[in-house]
Design a protein around this ligand. Structure first.
Ligand code: ADP
Ligand code: MG
Ligand code: ZN
Length: 325
């Protein structure tokens, strides 16, 4: 397997690319570089950070927020950073306002959120995917949070299903309450109407996450790229990611091993570390013999700004082998 990301760049059907790995290994650097390469090839590309520890702004040296913004200096490229924990007010859910008092309205939503853990996150992900889909990008690259966090999204359709079931129960409870305190609440028709709206909103969201999930399982459309450094913990996390994705039938066949030392001097420290790295590099190349394993050299300086990225992204396409030390 060629040790570069050319296979990703040259696959015309790919639409969704998720970049994952431990914090600090180079996810943002790798995903931004890949996004730069796609944009340069003429594809309308967006990079979206879902990592609570966002650093796209640093990487592109430009302020990036919750709405897509064009990157200065790279044509066809936009970026946004989204907060995966959501403000229920922003979900545009029908509330039972005018029907119940504010207290009751709040408690319906917060009951749902507190009794179905993760539903707020799943709902905001559904909204995000819908709006991104409407923006008609050719390519959407996710700079994701560390592994555990990322894997949660694979479970979103189940969570939405649980949410719907819970809503049935909540409806029953509220109906009881309403019949006990007549006058405080509006008419039965009003109640039913609002409840039905709530159901159909959650149904729609569930359809969205189910559709997204189906696209994620389509290896022609979606792939993950694991990023790691040649150290035990990072290698271990990558293997966990590979195993979990395989379990969910989601494609991963590229691994970037970043921050690899190529010592060319007599420095004892660099040579000792390069020996340690070599042990893990050899193991990974062995373990992932049916993957594209891309070795990225540690640079003298951190990779920042458009110029830094433009240089770094070329390295993703240059084959490199394990340094001999
Ligand atoms: N190959 C490399 N050589 C030198 N510095 C790097 C390299 N890859 C990443 N960095 C730097 O390491 C830091 C962490 O990288 P980043 O991509 O932000 O990691 P993550 O997004 O996984 O937390 C950044 O300052 C980045 O510029
Ligand atoms: Mg990052
Ligand atoms: Zn040295």
């Amino acid at each position: 397997m060629e040790p570069t990301l050319k296979n990703i760049l040259e696959n015309p059907s790919l639409k969704w690319i998720f970049v994952g790995g431990k914090g600090g290994v180079g996810k943002t650097t790798t995903s931004s570089s890949l996004a730069t390469l796609f944009a340069k090839s003429g594809k309308k590309t967006i990079i979206i950070s879902t990592d609570p520890a966002h650093n796209l702004s640093d990487c592109f040296d430009q302020k990036i927020g919750g709405q897509p913004i064009l990157i200065k200096g790279i044509d066809n490229l936009s970026a946004m950073e989204i907060d995966p924990t959501v403000d229920p007010d922003k979900l545009k859910l029908p509330t039972l306002q005018g029907f119940m008092n504010d207290q009751a309205t709040k408690s319906l939503l917060s009951e749902l959120i507190s009794s179905v853990p993760g539903i707020d996150e799943a709902m905001s992900f559904a909204e995000l995917m819908n709006s991104v889909d409407e923006m008609k990008y050719d390519l959407i690259i996710f700079d994701t949070a560390p592994t555990g966090h990322t894997l949660r999204l694979l479970n979103f359709p189940n969570i939405m299903e649980k949410g719907l079931n819970k809503l049935v129960q909540l409806r029953y409870n509220f109906q009881n309450l309403a019949s006990q305190f007549q006058g405080l609440f509006g008419s039965q028709e009003e109640f039913d109407q609002q409840m039905n709206q709530m159901f159909s909103k959650i149904e729609t969201m569930k359809d969205t996450v189910t559709k997204v999930n189906a696209q994620m399982k389509d290896k022609n459309k979606t792939t993950f790229i694991g990023v790691c450094i040649p150290e035990f913990l990072s290698m271990y996390e990558t293997e966990r990611l590979v195993q979990e994705l395989t379990k969910f039938k989601i494609d991963i066949h590229n691994i970037v091993i970043n921050q690899v030392l190529f010592p060319d001097d007599q420095c004892k420290m660099c040579n000792a570390r390069a020996k340690m790295q070599k042990k893990y590099l050899d193991q990974m190349i062995d373990l992932y013999d049916d993957f594209h394993v891309v070795i990225m050299p540690l640079q003298e300086n951190e990779v920042r700004g458009i110029d830094g990225l433009k240089q770094f992204c070329e390295l993703l396409l240059k084959p490199k082998t394990v340094p001999q030390v």
